[in-house]
Design a protein around this ligand. Structure first.
Ligand code: NAD
Length: 492
């Protein structure tokens, strides 16, 4: 069967698309139908090394790293404009490849445009300091780019998470090698072409598709790789941290979550229910910061769950690119099997399936990787469904009697990416927000972030953070310079 997108995708190295060194390709499937979507080149170790060599040369010779940053500001801004012009095509490609509804893909591309604008604005504001020191001396610091930075991205927000980490590195003057997830490389490859069209020098942004173990590790262990930024699972994050530690290079790690949503009895239950549904069913729950544990006060549990049922029943499942669809398939068959396994295990252990719990019955959804929006109550707080990241549309519910108990339940996890809480009481809101062990908290809002707000986790959810004003600084090193200015000559 031929692929829906006829033209095969190559690797993007040195400003152009090229085949992989041994000509290997994979067939990517449309997750809504499991039929062939596109052919993409798969890189090998030789391609990883080639990309590093090209990036290293571009870093030293292209002039991208130098000057006052104005060239980078202009180029990143041009790139944001080009992407905005082509946003519809990028959103469609993202939905076809990853499965998410078009409306969500459009939101993702808007976020990428805004990230590029924001980072363009920072590229000419990477400044040093002057520091008072004793004697006839002058002290100043310089921020220098690291060199070649490596970025490894997951499949759940393919372009957004790639650019979120790549854009600040480019703004700071680095040359980049990006390895997208093998399942979802298409928008990153098209984006690299756009960067070339925007005038970013050839070799400054390279994209190598390939297996994490082979290509990812070849990139990180090479002497030319000056830092690694990784977004993905905790298991792979640990492996990357080990490899980076052996080379003493800096890392930014954005890992998994098991985020709590606390609902106090005075909350606006209508708004809370809609936000909880967004926080766990958006992107079919394939979100690092999904609000996957509901911690609700016992007296309002039944009312909230009924509202949540209504919100979930209003979702329309189907292929992401179809008009009106609000929940797409999971990214792959493996992911669907994994998610259903968590639910089956909880059911067998005595949990109650309040909503969903399996594959939807509609005949037209049988070919794709669809899972119903699912809510599980009366679940043991030590069940795997509660402890581990499911990465699917599955919400576990716990009830509490007191605020202390709510906090204990919320913080009872090795993750700490995100938490949200619902109350109309200011003292409860701010008091609980301070005590939540999470890098990001929303009060009376669903999960929410902007390019200008930091994004990062506590505990096993990661190390360092992305987005925000400081993001480019993670891709710089600081040099201190002391100058002897000589003793002032006495006036004659
Ligand atoms: P994953 O860890 O399996 O893969 C992520 C990337 O790492 C892929 O590109 C993969 O090819 C690569 N990789 C795999 N093994 C590697 C190795 N040994 N060396 C180098 N690279 C390697 O994650 P996934 O399944 O693609 O994504 C889902 C995970 O990502 C979830 O755990 C989710 O919570 C996490 N995530 C976190 C954030 C965040 O900002 N904190 C955002 C989105 C997703």
């Amino acid at each position: 069967m031929s692929a829906a997108i006829g033209t095969p995708f190559g690797l993007f190295i040195g400003g152009r698309e090229i085949p992989s060194s041994d000509g290997q390709q994979i067939t990517l499937l449309n997750p809504a139908t499991n039929r062939p979507l596109a052919e993409a080149a798969v890189g090998r170790v030789a391609d990883a090394h080639h990309a590093l060599e090209v990036a290293d040369r571009a870093f030293r010779e292209s002039g991208w790293a130098g000057g006052d940053g104005a060239q980078r500001t202009k180029a990143l801004y041009r790139l944001s404009r080009l992407l905005e012009e082509q946003a519809a095509a990028f959103a469609e490609l993202e939905s076809l490849n990853m499965g998410k509804p078009l409306r969500e893909s459009k939101g993702d591309i808007d976020f990428v445009v805004r990230t590029l604008e924001y980072m363009a604005g920072l590229a000419d504001k990477i400044e040093g300091e002057t520091i008072p020191i004793p004697g006839a001396r002058f002290d100043y610091t310089i921020r220098e780019p690291l060199g070649v930075t490596v970025h490894i991205a997951p499949w759940n927000y393919p372009l957004l998470l790639a650019v979120r980490s790549v854009a600040p590195a480019l703004a700071a003057g680095n040359a980049v090698v990006l390895k997208p997830a093998s399942l979802t490389p298409l928008t990153a490859l098209r984006f690299a072409q756009l960067a070339h069209d925007a005038g970013i020098p050839d070799g400054i942004l390279n994209v190598v598709v390939g297996s994490g173990r082979e290509v990812g590790e070849a990139l990180i262990t090479d002497a030319r790789c000056a830092s690694v930024s990784f977004t993905g699972s905790g298991e792979v994050g640990r492996r990357i941290a080990e490899l980076a530690a052996a080379r003493l290079i800096p890392t930014v790690l954005e890992l998994g979550g098991k985020s709590p949503v606390i609902v106090f009895p005075d909350a606006d239950l209508e708004r809370a229910a809609r936000a909880i549904a967004t926080g766990i069913f958006q992107n079919s729950g394939q979100m690092c910061w999904a609000g996957s544990r509901l911690v609700v006060e016992a007296g309002v549990e039944a009312a909230l769950l009924e509202k949540l049922r209504a919100a979930a029943q209003g979702l329309k499942l189907g292929p992401g690119i179809e008009a009106g669809v609000t929940m797409g398939p999971l990214v792959s068959k493996d992911q669907m099997t994994r998610v259903l396994g968590f639910v089956d295990e909880a059911r067998e252990a005595g949990a109650r399936i309040f909503l969903g719990g399996g594959r939807p019955a509609a005949p037209e959804l049988q070919e794709g990787n669809f899972v119903e929006p699912t809510v599980v109550t009366d679940v043991d707080p030590d069940a795997r469904l509660v402890r581990e990241e499911v990465f699917g549309p599955v919400l576990a519910v716990h009830r509490f009697e007191s605020a202390d108990e709510a906090l204990r339940l919320a913080n009872r996890t090795r993750f700490g990416l995100f938490a949200s809480l619902w109350t109309r009481d200011l003292a409860t809101a701010h008091g609980v927000a301070r005590q939540l062990e999470a890098g990001m908290v929303t009060i009376n809002e669903p999960p929410m972030t902007f390019p200008q707000t930091p994004f990062g986790g506590y505990k096993e959810s990661g190390l360092g953070s992305e987005q925000g004003r400081d993001a480019p600084l993670a891709y710089t090193r600081r040099k201190n310079v002391i100058v002897n200015v000589g003793a002032a000559k006495p006036k004659k």
